[in-house]
Design a protein around this ligand. Sequence first.
Ligand code: BV8
Length: 233
Amino acid sequence: MPDIRNIVILTGAGISAESGIDTFRDAGGLWEQHRVEDVATPEGFARDPDLVLGFYDMRREALLSKQPNAAHEALAKLDRGWSGELLIVTQNVDDLHERAGAKRVLHMHGELKSALCLSCEMRSPWDAPMSDRPPCPVCQAPSLRPDVVWFGEMPYQMERIYAAIRQADLFVSIGTSGAVYPAAGFVRDARELSVRTLELNLERSEGSHWFHESRQGRAGELVPAWVDEVMAG
Ligand code: BV8
């Protein structure tokens, strides 16, 4: 890859699929079992907090038995060995990038293992259920919600993401359907800034036509191969 110094990587549910974590839109995925508006919106939470807390309790509990896969490991290897700028912007709320050893990770849609208190607005590391309304570790109020970004809520650290894209030489999208904004629009922002763009995904996505190059295959195969390629210079 010619003179690549600064890289932004966007990951989606597809990078965790081979770890056994359901994606959203594949057959049998999360959105097949639940309507988005019922479990991933503030309105859904207000309407039925038990349903929403139970949905995230189930996903948080399932995550405890999952392991990073070869794709997460490869990105962690890149993170350790890359002397230029690198930012892994993940739409995923799992912690598999971190458990593989990646450091330069940004969770734009929050994390299953974080709790947000509706009373004191503080965030706390969290890996237990919330359905039993546990006290906030900071203010003790029984008012914790999952620290994830629901539809209609502002994703986290958007300015930092756009700043990284402005500095990037390469934007790589891995395992995402390109269906949800603003993440799905990053490739266009990159193109407008003459950043080179690459997609690694099981199948063509809604945004494939925006990429200079789009490779189809499993992340567990494509990502390690691409990391070796980019580290070889
Ligand atoms: C906002 C966290 C603004 C929670 C998630 C009309 C037009 C355009 C936009 C909108 C619109 N109406 C509303 C909007 C905005 C809305 C949106 O985009 N809606 C869509 C449905 C049209 N967006 C929002 O609301 C966002 N906020 O816009 O705020 C704002 C402005 C001012 C003030 C306030 C607010 C917030 C969106 C965030 C929602 N939260 N997740 C949780 O996890 O429960 S979204 C969730 O789905 C993910 O985080 C991700 O972002 C999104 C898409 O999922 P993917 O990761 O792509 O997974 P998916 O299953 O779809 O695809 C998997 C892919 O992997 C597939 O392509 C598959 O082929 C591939 N794959 C499978 N296996 C493998 C593989 N690839 C490789 N290897 C494999 N083995």
